[in-house]
Structure formats: C-alpha cells, structure tokens
Design a protein around this ligand. Sequence first.
Ligand code: ZN
Length: 262
Amino acid sequence: MTTSQPLRVTIWNEFVHERNKDAVKAIYPDGIHATLAQALVRQLGEQVQVRTATLDEPQHGIPDDVLAATDVMLWWGHSAHDQVADERVDAVQRRVLEGMGLIALHSAHASKIFRRLMGTGCMLRWREAGEKERLWITAPGHPITEGLEGEFFELPATEMYGEFFDIPSPEELIFISWFSGGEVFRSGCTFRRGRGKIFYFRPGHETFPIYHDATVQRVIANAVRWAAPSGSPYFGQSRNIEPPLEPIQRTHLADPSLHRHG
Ligand code: ZN
C-alpha cells in the first residue's frame, strides 16, 4: 500500500464494564473503544481511518470483510474472553499471519486471540491497589517510543501486574514496569507471527483513567504505525516448486553413497 492511504484501524472492545459498573462508566462513558478512537484520531489525524467493534455486534463486529479491511487491530477485553467465538479467533489469527498488526492492551493478555498467538498461558500476578507504576524505556530509538521524553514515564495509580508473565521471550522489550509494591513486569513486548506484528502493552485497567493519559495515547499511536503491514507479499501456503528456476542434476534413485556420514 502507498503512504498516502490512511491506515485502517479497528478497535475491538468487549464493552462490558463500561455498561455494568458505574465507576468505569464515569471514566469511559462511551466505552474504552471510543476514548481510544478519539485519541488515535487526535494523534494521527488523516494518517488513520478508525472504526470500532464490540462483542455484542453480529460476529463481534469483526466479520471477514471488516478483518480484510483492517491493517491494525487493537484488542481490549477482561471479563468476557470466553464469550468470543473460536471461529472469530481463528479468523483474526489468519489475518495476523497474513500481515495485520495486533495491539493487545492490558487484560487482553488473557484473551483467546493473544494466548492463541503466543502459545502459552500468558498468566501473571496482579494487585488492584492503585499504586504508582514507573515504565522504564528499554528500547530507546524504537518507533514505539518515538517522542517520549526522558528514560521513563509514570502513571500515578494503576493495577499492578507482576512477573512471572507466562509469555514466550519477546522479540523486543520496549518497557519494563516497576511498581511501588516492589514487583516488576515486561510491560511493552513485540512479537511477530507470520507476517503480522504484535505489540502487548500493559497499561489500561478500567477503573483508572489510563487511556486518557497523553503518554499512553502516544505509545499506542506509535504502536499503530509500527504494526502496520509492510514488506513483501504473503504466500501463506507450501508449494511444490516445479520446474526449478535453474537447471539441476536430479537424483531419483536411492544411492547409499550420498548418505555416508563423516
Ligand atoms: Zn485490569
């Protein structure tokens, strides 16, 4: 795709807490997805075309045609992971393998799609005490940290996530969090699966106004640009390459002399 076309972003939210908990509704009256959508448009302007999708829509708002028209997907879920249809998880995984970027936010660590893509349990330690979090930048110069000042940023009141976080070793570690209770956590991690880029970003508990924070919004906007599809086309299937590009000497008969050791 050319740089003049806007990135097509789909923000998926289970949209449960904002409707059944007053404390969450007060922070995100139109849902976390709406706050994130406004933040992305404010940060990236005409570079993005943002749509939102929620659990209770038909096919959770992400039928195949929406996925096909999505370059980067954001995923927020917490209390309803098990209500996401496996068939839609399969479809999102296929799109990631084809090259769609995926940004898994906070409690999406336990979502079906993130666990599927990681292949591990993705469980962790947690404490909901409203303590301070300091996120150290461990990848200065990385596109996801572009525009961040200093060596760390802080969130005054957060839910703690602590190690051990049961994920495969990240390809790149972008942030490590320290919490005032003493724990640490790999808060910004990148992975690739197939052609797709994946970013896990920890901040975002629903009872704290994390997604109204300007630095958090900047990181997410940076991650959207980083996760955009890039590179050569995806073929996706094993293929028998006949004839070869160059003439070769064929050996069809079993010849033990070809398999000598040493
Ligand atoms: Zn949480």
